[in-house]
Design a protein around this ligand. Structure first.
Ligand SMILES: Nc1ncnc2c1ncn2[C@@H]1O[C@H](COP(=O)(O)OP(=O)(O)OP(=O)(O)O)[C@@H](O)[C@H]1O
Length: 506
């Protein structure tokens, strides 16, 4: 008991001494002097430290600091792999989740061999300043710690790099738009010649069925283009690229365009040439497109008479009102007058001076009949890459089987696969045809494969039959046409026979 009393009394006298010292300190060292001392110590510390620090606050005065937002987005791109405690956000109507550093958490980053430390600093705001807009209750910011020797690298390149990266992430996270030119060239309420809708096409290079080597080549080309600003600048070329997609209907030309847009996070401008009246309207449309976009003209062979030939083009595949365009607008204004679009107008659109307004644009033309296009339109520099979208090959079929039936996970009968590999090239089926069969039977994998195999075999048989019948007819025709051949009525008979074959094949 005595011990306890002694303990309490010595504690009380110690506290008394402390209180006395504190009031003495207050008297000798007023707060101003203490603050100065602290500042001095701080300066001394920084003088001998090899690090320097930068504060990037969320709000600079009353304006939002763009750099803060950029750093937040930039860090979100790799923080998910490194951080232990993360903040998660998702904007309204967005499908992307954004990771962020939690309050007062740190993360290291490296750039050009320099290691930097980012700290997310969150402190409560003491009082609301008198501003025209209410400030958040918390004061947020990032503190960047770098080595003094890296200062110039970080300030000159790293921050620009962060701004660029954040732009890219922002574009990726936002929804893409699909534009189409307004009917008859009229302007919308904002005086814009393009109308837009949200573009949510699910096609990606993963889902696209084509040979993986070819696919990779296209992806590399697109990536080189998107990252090639300095290259295009250095070589004095306009920052644009043209792709011509050609091949039979249903081989994935439109799917490829969607995959390109999703891959690069570009908007799409789907140009309906039939709604454009003349070259100057075409130029105006081009000027109103934004950079980082894909400008598409589908079925270019059917859209307008692009051969500049005097004779009117005969369209093999009638595609409705596309085909009579030249007729309906009064063909004959071939030399670039104001009443119709001409080949030279289109060439100017793709690589004339006007095509360089804005930058980072991709032109994609599609056609089912490359042979009907004017060589001027096809030359490299205008259409830099010609991509043949072929009938389904075995590597492409494997992608479809994987997408539609989950083929890789569960595996299919190897004998079936072997047979598919044998007939797929001969069958000449489009990915669209194959997709249809697979969709129909997607719940029954083995039925899907056997039906597909059946369809392919039938096609091969029909092709063989057609080939041999045609050969027979050719021989008969040749016999009839020879000097000792038969009469005209025999020839007519042979034609009739060919028609019969066609009928049978149908
Ligand atoms: N290469 C492919 N990979 C994956 N799916 C494909 C492919 N080709 C076609 N398809 C499927 O077939 C459908 C039609 O294809 P798409 O419209 O892309 O072909 P297209 O070549 O543009 O045809 P068209 O020349 O008639 O416009 C697509 O919705 C897609 O489901």
């Amino acid at each position: 008991m005595n011990m306890m009393t002694e303990y309490w009394s010595s504690l009380a006298s110690l506290l008394g001494v402390l209180a006395f010292c504190q009031s003495l300190l207050q008297l000798v060292f007023p707060p101003e002097l203490r603050f100065l001392c602290l500042r001095f110590l701080n300066r001394l510390f920084h003088l001998f430290s090899s690090y320097c620090y930068f504060d990037i606050t969320e709000i600079d005065g009353v304006c939002t600091n763009e750099l803060y937002n950029a750093v937040q987005l930039y860090l979100s791109s790799f923080v998910s792999n490194n951080g232990n405690r993360l903040s998660l956000t998702r904007a309204l109507n967005s499908t992307a989740t954004t990771f962020g550093l939690s309050n007062n958490d740190c993360i290291f980053d490296t750039f050009g061999g320099a290691t930097v430390l980012w700290e997310h600093v969150v402190i409560q705001r003491q009082s609301q300043a008198l501003t025209w807009r209410p400030l958040p209750e918390e004061k947020r910011g990032f503190t960047l710690r770098i080595k003094k020797k890296d200062k110039s690298l970080i300030l000159h390149s790293y921050l620009d790099y962060i701004m660029e990266k954040s732009d890219e992430i922002r574009r990726k996270n936002r929804d893409r738009l699909l534009y189409t030119n307004t009917r008859g060239g009229s302007l919308d309420s904002r005086g814009h010649p393009w109308e837009s809708v949200l573009f949510k096409h699910p096609s990606t290079f993963d889902t696209l069925a084509m040979h993986p080597v070819k696919k990779q080549e296209i992806m590399d080309d697109l990536r080189d283009f998107a990252d090639g600003q300095s290259f295009y600048h250095k070589t004095g070329r306009a920052w644009k690229r043209g792709y011509l997609l050609y091949g039979p209907p249903g081989t994935g030309k439109s799917s490829m365009i969607a995959a390109m847009a999703n891959y690069l996070s570009y908007d799409i401008y789907d140009l309906e040439l039939t709604e454009v009246h003349n070259n100057s309207e075409l130029r105006n449309l081009l000027m109103k497109t934004s950079s980082k976009s894909i400008i598409v003209i589908e079925d270019i062979d059917c859209s307008v008479n692009l051969t500049n030939r005097k004779k009117k083009k005969k369209n093999k595949y009638n595609k409705g009102d596309y085909c009579d365009l030249e007729t309906s607008r009064g063909a004959g204004d071939e030399d670039g007058g104001n009443s119709t679009i001409t080949l030279s107008g289109l060439l100017n659109f793709t690589d004339g001076l006007w095509s360089c307004c804005g930058s980072e644009r991709i032109f994609v033309f599609t056609t089912n009949h490359i042979e009907e296009l004017d060589p001027a339109l096809l030359r490299r520099g205008r259409m830099d890459m010609h991509i043949y979208m072929s009938y389904c090959s075995y590597p492409a079929l494997q992608i479809l089987l994987k997408n539609y039936l989950g083929y890789e996970e569960t595996g299919l009968d190897s004998a079936d696969l072997k047979q598919l590999a044998e007939v797929v090239d001969k069958a000449e089926m489009t990915p669209a045809d194959i997709s249809e069969i697979l969709i129909k039977n997607r719940r029954h994998k083995h039925k899907a494969v056997s039906e597909l195999l059946e369809a392919m075999k039938t096609r091969v048989e029909r092709k063989l039959k057609r080939g041999s019948l045609r050969q027979e007819t050719e021989e008969e025709k040749r016999a009839l046409e020879s000097p000792e051949g038969g009469s005209e009525s025999d020839f007519e008979q042979s034609c009739k026979k060919e028609e019969e074959i066609e009928e049978k094949m149908k």
